[in-house]
Design a protein around this ligand. Structure first.
Ligand code: ADP
Ligand code: MG
Length: 532
């Protein structure tokens, strides 16, 4: 028997100006299912969910929901409150918690969003002051935690929790208001592989309790392992709906991007003699006992020592926010270090300009604000870093025509759109601005390339092109430091592998085939061993 659809979108469109972020999409969620929405960055996944959650209103089309009393009715959500009342909860890509309140207090506030009995039970106004029942909030939080395995201390301050725990609080918030439809927007992006397993157990508990889940991801493996059905979005359109397992990962990928994808082959040193092996001259970057403070003066990078050499890619894996950004910024002279030394090809450059003059290329994490001069043309942006250019004989002889040709070649190679060299960079989309930076930094063939999440936000083909170019740098006997939260990417490209967790850098080359061990390292669980 066909299962009941508890949520249905018919022909829903959402336009921003001329652009249809969601284009005539049909979507149905069945009672009790885990339904994955798969799509590349920019496919329209978040927009579609924001329409269901009442953050946006459709430009066209209709949404139907089965309400708490079991009646099917048209949903015209003008705000999240309307969605919540209809039993729809959402955990966003960016959390919406109040950091200086406790877990239970956050839950209480969430309950306050419901009208009537629930609300009166929890809170009220007395003598002009807001009050809520602390004990009651703690009790509710504890009961839900236990029921679904969402272990978290109700009395802990939210600001002090790890990202994984904050996510649990978000889910608890939705459960406290009895959401029967849970929308999870890229929930695993902030979790280590280890945490993902635990998280999936929680999802299965929720499903067993009869709740329906919309699970959004661009990670194929996760989607295949957790979902019952899959909807694929591509450029705002629904291009596929089917049972999980009906299509192979490869076939799904083709639906996602519209063509066949091929991962780069990593030729493990094949045919590429490294003439610097065992040669002291092969050392490029040396960090000794480096400690760096973060923006709130906390220790972000803690006593890190490491070396990168010519002819290798050194990968640093880790969950966001474990000191990777601060490490890269310290090396680039963008952030002071509290102690320790940084040497690059024997020099100790202090400022960014000096670092670059040593022959360092940098693909920053925060590309839009630090990597691009928005008012400059694409060509000018591609050919920035003149001091660096002058070092490279090949570029020395560039005249205007050659410059133009070079820019146009890079635009073609990196598929920068629109492919117009004199467009101001400000007019490009974020993904295309990223391609400009990648094209510039990689094509300079720097002795040391520091790449932070170099493929985040890129489509699959552009990402593959970047991978090929990082490998080419290695094969030219240059040195690459790849810092990425995409574990697959780091595993694919790295010759030596490190994991960064809570500011500590741990070599993990020996564990590269042991996902569980890597997961443990990423969650910092081996810290205890390290302290002894
Ligand atoms: P996904 O979540 O699949 O990565 P999004 O739904 O966030 O994709 O975005 C889909 C497209 O809509 C993107 O091209 C994005 O730039 C655009 N978009 C999203 N929100 C807005 C907005 N508020 N205004 C204009 N364009 C938007
Ligand atoms: Mg999104």
């Amino acid at each position: 028997m066909e299962k009941e659809n508890i949520l249905e979108l018919r022909n829903v469109t959402k336009t921003f100006g001329e652009f249809a972020a969601v284009d005539s999409v049909d979507f149905a969620l069945q009672a009790g299912e885990i339904h994955a929405i798969l799509g590349e960055n920019g496919a329209g996944k978040s927009t579609l969910m924001n329409l269901i959650y009442g953050l946006y209103q459709p430009s066209d089309g209709r949404i139907y929901v089965t309400d708490r009393e079991g009646w099917r009715r048209r949903l015209r959500a003008k705000s999240p409150h309307d969605a919540i009342v209809n039993g729809i909860g959402m955990v966003h890509q960016h959390f919406m918690l109040i950091e200086n309140l406790t877990v239970a207090e956050n839950i209480a506030l969430s309950l306050g969003q419901l009208k009537g009995k629930q609300k009166d039970r929890m809170e009220g106004w007395k003598n002009g002051r807001f009050w809520f029942k602390k004990e009651e909030a703690i009790r509710i939080t504890q009961a839900l935690s236990e029921q679904f395995g969402l272990t978290v201390d109700p009395t802990a301050l939210v600001g002090a929790l790890s990202v994984g725990l904050k996510q649990r609080v978000e889910i608890l918030k939705a459960l406290a208001v009895d959401a029967r439809i849970l929308i999870l927007d890229e929930p695993t992006a902030v979790l280590s592989p280890q945490e993902v397993e635990g998280f999936f157990t929680i999802l299965r508990n929720l499903q067993a309790d009869g709740r329906a889940i919309i699970f959004i991801s661009h990670k194929m493996k996760e989607v295949l392992s957790i979902s019952d059905r899959i909807t694929v979005l591509r450029r705002g359109k629904k291009v596929y709906l089917g049972q999980t397992g009906e299509l192979t990962a490869r076939e799904l990928a083709r639906e996602m991007i519209g063509e066949e994808i091929n991962e780069v082959e990593r030729s493990v040193g094949v045919g590429v003699p490294n003439s610097y092996e065992n040669d002291p001259a092969g050392s490029v970057l040396q960090l000794e006992n480096l400690t760096v403070l973060g923006s709130r003066d906390e220790i972000s990078v803690s006593d890190v020592s490491m070396e990168t050499r010519r002819g290798e890619i050194v990968g640093i894996a880790g969950v966001d926010g474990n000191g990777q950004r601060e490490l890269a910024e310290a090396i680039m002279g963008l952030r002071h270090h509290a102690s320790g030394t940084i040497s690059i090809l024997g020099a100790n450059p202090k400022e960014t300009k000096a670092v670059r003059q040593c022959g360092v290329g940098y693909i920053p994490e925060d590309r839009q604000t630090t990597g691009i001069i928005a008012s400059f043309s694409v060509t000018e942006n591609l050919l920035l870093n003149v001091t660096h250019l002058e070092r490279t004989a090949r570029w020395n002889i560039l005249n205007e025509t050659r410059k133009q040709e070079t820019a146009e070649q890079l635009i073609t190679d990196y598929d920068i759109r629109p492919p117009v060299a004199d467009t101001p960079a400000a007019a490009l989309s974020g993904g295309n601005q990223q391609k400009v930076i990648l094209a510039r930094e990689i094509s300079l063939q720097p002795d040391l390339l520091i790449a932070v999440n170099p493929t985040r936000g890129l489509d699959v083909n552009a990402a593959r092109y970047v991978h090929e170019n990082l490998l080419a740098q290695r094969d030219r006997e240059k040195s690459v430091l790849l810092i990425s939260t995409e574990l697959d990417e780091v595993l694919l490209l790295s010759d030596r592998l490190f994991v960064m967790s809570r500011g500590k850098l741990i070599e993990a080359t020996a564990q590269r085939n042991d996902i569980e061990a890597l997961g443990l390292l990423m969650t910092g669980e081996t810290d205890t061993n390290l302290k002894t």
